[in-house]
Design a protein around this ligand. Structure first.
Ligand SMILES: [Zn+2]
Ligand SMILES: [Zn+2]
Length: 344
């Protein structure tokens, strides 16, 4: 428990670093201020002298209620004016104070701080980008003429097909080809024990860690220590159950079954009206082929300032639009780029 000599600064002449226990300024002789703040310099002297140690441990100084002079805890009358010590007053400003070190100093250091100038510049840049994006979204109407109307229709076809499958159960209606024993899954079965090693943390003792300082209120400081456990990695052995994988067999079936399988996708397209669905002879055989899904897409190709701008549209709009028609589109007022047809 090391005791160190603190310092105080004179508020009268500005001299810094008066030795803690001194009650008068080294330079101007002014008395130690009533609300003195003691502090520890980076390389404070450690006190070894017995008399000084006793003085440090005797308690906080007290302030005379008559003349405000500082007096040692062991004195019962004021060294300056002779006033008797009043036990109810005086010590408040010079009480012992405990300063614990902040354990999270590294976290504080890692907090990135923006300079004020950089912050303003970033806010400015961000505002500029937002404003620019908003400006580019301002639209104005523009007339575009239709140059062609195209369409694309497709049909996915499924075929009712005989397929070979294998499974643990025979589906109804399936034609069994053969069956055999196969591994269905593995069971974990205990199979004796074995000795293994692992690393564990064991407490091997304690250590004293300095966690703070106590301002003794008389110009001295005392280090505060905390006893903390010390751990070490230790290898230890233990018995562990061994397991083995045991296969479990079940009957598996190989069979033939009829299923609807994806067979083909046929497409037709064109630029003439009306649009029509692709035709396929197979679809007349309804027991063997069926339509799984129909897809249709309609496009209008328009001329925007000499540029061909195709756009996927609804069947209704496509059906009612002809080559040469004028439609209303939208363009960016700032950049002049084309957005597409105006939505109603
Ligand atoms: Zn001074
Ligand atoms: Zn006094």
């Amino acid at each position: 428990m090391a005791i160190k000599v603190g310092r105080w600064d004179c508020t009268q002449c500005g001299f810094t670093g008066n030795l803690g226990p001194n009650t008068r300024c080294e330079k101007c002789g002014a008395p130690r201020p009533e609300n003195v703040k003691f502090y520890l310099p980076e390389y404070a002297e450690i006190v070894h002298d017995t008399q000084n140690l006793n003085e440090a441990k005797s308690g906080a100084n007290w302030v005379c209620s008559y003349c405000s002079a500082h007096n040692k805890a062991t004195q019962n009358t004021c060294q300056s004016c002779g006033n008797d010590r009043d036990l109810l007053d005086g010590d408040k400003n010079l009480q012992e104070k405990i300063h614990l070190f902040n354990q999270n100093t590294t976290a504080k250091k890692n907090t990135f701080k923006f300079g004020k100038g950089l912050k303003i510049a970033l806010i400015g840049l961000f505002s500029f980008i937002v404003l620019f994006v908003i400006l580019t979204q301002i639209k104005s109407d523009v007339e575009v003429s239709v140059t062609s109307c195209s369409w694309e229709r497709s049909i996915s076809i499924e075929e009712y097909k005989r397929v070979i499958e294998e499974d643990w159960k025979l589906p109804s209606g399936a034609e069994k080809i053969n069956s055999y024993n196969a591994i269905h899954h593995y069971d974990q079965v205990a199979d004796g024990t074995e000795t293994r090693t692992r690393t564990v943390q064991k407490q091997v003792g304690t250590e004293q860690v300095k966690v703070g300082e106590k301002d003794l209120g008389n110009g001295y400081f005392e280090d505060i220590y905390e006893e903390r456990p010390v751990y070490e990695d230790v290898e230890e052995t233990y018995e562990a159950t061994k397991y083995k994988q045991v296969p479990v067999y079940q009957t598996k079936y190989k069979y033939a079954v009829f299923r609807w399988m994806e067979a083909d996708k046929i497409t037709s397209s064109g630029t003439k009206k009306p649009a029509c669905w692709p035709e396929d002879e197979r679809l007349t055989n309804k027991n063997k082929y069926r339509i799984k899904q129909r897809d249709e897409k309609y496009y209008l190709h328009m001329d925007f300032e000499g540029e061909n701008v195709p756009e996927k549209v609804s069947y209704e709009l496509w059906k009612n639009t002809n080559v040469g028609d004028i439609l209303v589109g939208e363009k960016s007022r700032v950049l002049g780029t084309y957005f597409g047809l105006k939505k109603n």
